[in-house]
Write a protein that binds this ligand. Structure first.
Ligand SMILES: NC(=O)c1ccc[n+]([C@@H]2O[C@H](COP(=O)([O-])OP(=O)(O)OC[C@H]3O[C@@H](n4cnc5c(N)ncnc54)[C@H](OP(=O)(O)O)[C@@H]3O)[C@@H](O)[C@H]2O)c1
Length: 343
């Protein structure tokens, strides 16, 4: 028997990606799709790629009705909108994967500083950060998963082994570029085609982006010491993908590539590229894979740790499905074996 799941925020970009992945998942049945302004519309009306595939109609997100129908719920709502719904669902015994930032920061003070008042503070301590490569054991038992942000997934996976092994010094510089779908489906001036289509620009630099404390939280856990990160995100004219370059001083003369290979050897979705090959978002587009590599600039003593992923897959919905597989005791790659179509 299939596991009945619901997608809340199904009319958004990560919701659509959840639908695409869960539709192809052999153990799952999509029992409900929910939204706000789109409620009452057929999902295929909102997403024409679903013509002939799904007759589901978007409904409002009533926790009672969702819990009646679904065992597991994916909440892909804007931050601040998700916490109360997650709390109502967990209270009804449902397991929840939250793609918003509402449960990512363990420190409630930090959450308040970056996002404002928490709407379900009592539940926050129970959330497990949904990065399987770092939290696999706890994810198996989780009632509530805080699926990581797209930039934090890219930055943390790029540099984690080097930091753990003491091969890179802090502070770190995280320079990352994202496709425009990272901003969601609601149009804005910054994501309007003539504004974003032919240029590239940094935004929310110098500690202003909300993913900064999330990256630091996970890296501090690995380093066992405070880690400071100077984060420069950029918007680039493509619809999907994140490329991250993390810079720090090298603390050894070599062994960097070998460190990545040893750390990620058993990971189904992390590919360490052979020396000389550099990550490119084109080769992970639409897949749950992250490509990583490291280069040593011996002239300046700098390490460049790199990663490429699809912000909507390994950076959001694919990662959520990977967490679901762990929670249900299924092989971690179930429903996620697709590789990037190319060209
Ligand atoms: N885009 C990415 O690359 C990415 C990556 C990682 C994490 N995330 C996070 O994932 C979440 C969703 O992102 P997105 O890019 O998919 O956003 P989006 O395209 O803007 O979609 C937002 C969705 O939330 C729904 N919604 C908003 N308020 C609601 C409410 N009160 N009740 C029910 N539904 C409500 C909207 O429904 P209607 O359309 O019906 O109004 C829409 O389906 C965000 O928290 C985001 O930070 C995004």
């Amino acid at each position: 028997v299939s596991l009945p799941v619901a997608i809340v925020g199904a009319s958004g970009y990560t919701g659509a990606e959840l639908f695409r992945l869960l539709h192809a998942h052999p153990e799952v049945e999509i029992a409900g799709v929910h939204g706000k302004s789109s409620a009452g519309k057929r999902l295929a009306e909102v997403y024409p790629q679903l013509a002939g595939v799904s007759e589901l109609v978007l409904e409002v997100a009533d926790p009672e009705a969702i819990a009646r129908r679904a065992e597991v719920v994916f909440s892909a709502l804007p931050h601040g909108e998700s916490a109360a719904l997650c709390e109502a669902l967990v209270a009804r015994g449902r397991r929840v994967l939250d793609l918003s930032a509402d449960f990512r920061l363990r420190d409630l003070e930090a959450h308040r500083a970056w996002y404002g008042e928490h709407h379900a503070p009592a539940l926050a301590a129970r959330a497990v950060y949904g990065l399987p490569e770092l939290h696999r054991r706890e994810l198996r038992e989780a009632a509530l998963v805080a699926v990581p942000g797209c930039y934090p997934t890219a930055a943390v996976l790029a540099v984690a082994p080097l930091l753990e092994a003491g091969l890179i010094a802090t502070p770190l510089v995280v320079d990352a570029k994202s496709g425009v779908s990272g901003a969601g489906r609601s149009p804005s001036l910054a994501t309007h085609f003539p504004e974003a289509g032919e240029g590239i620009r940094p935004y929310k630099i110098a500690g202003a982006h909300r993913h900064t404390p999330e990256i630091e939280q996970e890296l501090e856990r690995l380093a066992g010491a405070p880690v400071r990160v100077s984060f420069t995100p950029h918007l680039v004219p493509m619809s999907r993908g994140i490329l991250a370059c993390v810079y720090g001083a090298a603390r050894a003369g070599g062994g960097f590539h070998e460190c990545l290979v040893a750390r990620w050897r058993d990971e189904p979705f992390v590919s360490v590229l052979p020396p000389g090959t550099l990550p490119d978002t084109s080769f992970v587009r639409g897949s749950n894979r992250v490509h990583v590599a490291v280069a040593h600039d011996a002239r300046t003593g700098t390490l460049v740790a790199m990663s490429a992923l699809d912000n909507l897959v390994k950076g959001a919905s694919g990662q959520a499905v990977q967490c679901l597989n762990l929670m249900m005791g299924w092989p971690e790659t179930t429903g996620l074996r697709a590789i990037a179509p190319f060209p």
